[in-house]
Design a protein around this ligand. Structure first.
Ligand code: AMP
Ligand code: GLY
Length: 427
């Protein structure tokens, strides 16, 4: 089977790596990155340029196209590919609004009876002020549109909340914010693979959103992740399937906007039960790195079955009992203003079995050296007998890799490994 993967991050590197475990699979990745180029053919293309992506698909005629990032989905690239008769894993533009518009996501959740934070949609500052006082501190202010995980401010400082709201509303025509009730409790990312009718849950993971240890500093796209979650409530996945994933898929169907692709539920386990923080319409990054590391079943069969409406006939997924941890190595200045250009050294030619160094913001310069080319640079992932073991593997691999200004969190999965997460706490 020939699979075209669209995207260029560590998530697409992990997807490509996992697809290639199936002996009959070949992958072309566009545009890819230097890490992906070591395992698959890469082709330059702008992922949000639908015409260019369709032209590339026509050139290679893949059996399946897998779209990684949200931007092409929200830009309608899946629709254009389907119009040209390609089999696609990824939702239509209309269905991707579950991620692209926080207001639409809220509307669907309310209609489907899915538990989520109470929220107000605001297009002017007077309404913002009223909503902030309605829900009280900590204040949660979200840009309504796509913001790569950085459009949300959670703060006790009312003036900062107002400043962020003003910046979002003012940033473009139709700018708007959603002000929300604060959700306490640890966060979990749960992915569901859907063919539009049936949805299959993957194994849950936890992401670390803040840039610094102990959740200090600003939000990022994600600094690390681990799976499994030894502290998660019993029947957690069954419960979320019943209260969140299936009702959302059913509601989208009722509206004639079937969601086919990956439905990512960002959840908070609050003292009052599970609540949806947000939906995404694609695999999470860096959660995918740990979820796929633990997948035993064939990823190509899963994604193909979803893209062709055949999920109901797929056997149940199986998972490794081992634990997986991924840690993001970030560029100096990330997330505010990442500095690019530093030379990267020390990546092993053949890392230890079970350890993967996924590339995100890297490029190869004219001398063949690897250079920093983005905020999140590498996502180092390891399997181990348990979380402690996976943590030692991942951090010993990181020790070997160097670039100027590099920073990473040293506490990924630490509390979970020490058994220190209790329901009712933050991360
Ligand atoms: P989002 O882009 O909606 O996922 O938000 C990014 C991060 O902001 C989440 O992962 C949470 O850590 C935090 N956050 C978002 N909404 C809330 C909320 N209602 N209560 C508490 N924290 C939140
Ligand atoms: N790591 C969170 C996300 O992919 O949005």
């Amino acid at each position: 089977m020939l699979i075209l993967v669209i995207g260029q991050g560590a998530r697409e590197h992990a997807i490509t790596h996992t697809l290639l475990r199936d002996p009959d699979v070949q992958v072309i990745c566009a545009p890819g990155n230097p890490g992906i180029a070591q395992i698959a053919q890469i082709e330059p293309v702008n992922p949000t340029d639908a015409l260019a992506v369709v032209a590339l698909a026509k050139k290679h005629n893949p059996d399946l196209v897998v779209i990684g990032p949200e931007a092409p989905l929200v830009a309608g690239v899946a629709d254009e590919l389907r119009n040209a008769d390609f089999v696609v894993f990824g939702p239509s533009q209309a269905a991707a609004a579950l991620e692209g518009s926080k207001a639409f996501a809220k509307e669907i959740m309310i209609a489907a009876g899915v538990p989520t934070a109470a929220a107000s949609y605001c297009v002017d500052l007077d309404k913002v002020a009223i909503a902030l006082d309605l829900y009280g501190a900590p204040y949660v202010v979200k840009d309504d549109g796509l913001a790569a995980g950085k459009g949300v401010v959670v703060t006790d400082d009312r003036a900062e909340a107002l400043r962020h709201a003003f910046a979002c509303i003012d940033s473009r025509d139709g700018g708007a914010v959603v002000i929300e009730e604060y959700l306490d409790g640890p966060e979990v990312s749960l992915f569901g693979v859907s063919d539009g009718k049936t949805i299959v849950a993957l194994t849950p993971a936890q992401d670390f959103k803040r840039v610094g240890n102990n959740d200090a500093g600003p939000n990022t796209g994600g600094m690390g992740a681990y799976s499994p979650l030894p502290w998660a409530p019993e029947n957690f996945v069954t419960e979320v399937m019943k209260t969140v994933l299936q009702p959302t898929i059913d509601e989208m169907n009722r509206r004639g906007i079937p969601f086919s692709g990956l439905l990512f539920a960002g959840l908070a386990i609050t003292s009052r039960g599970v609540r949806v923080i947000e939906f995404n319409a694609r695999f999470g990054d860096p959660e995918t790195q740990v979820v796929l590391a633990r997948l035993k079943s064939s990823l190509s069969e899963l994604l193909f079955a979803a893209a062709t409406g055949e999920l109901a006939s797929l056997p149940e997924l199986s998972w490794k009992s081992e634990a997986a941890v991924t840690v993001v190595m970030a560029a100096q200045g990330y997330p505010d203003s990442p500095v690019t250009g530093a030379i990267i050294s020390g990546i092993a030619e053949t890392p230890k079995s079970g350890t993967m160094v996924y590339h995100a913001g890297t490029k190869t310069n004219e001398h063949g050296e690897l250079q920093v080319n983005g905020g999140r640079v590498l996502s180092v992932t390891a399997l181990g007998a348990d979380l402690n073991d996976a943590r030692s593997e991942v951090y010993s691999e990181i020790e070997r890799i160097r670039f100027d200004g590099e920073h990473h969190r040293s506490d990924i999965a630490l509390k979970a490994a020490l058994g220190e997460i209790r329901l009712g706490d933050r991360n």
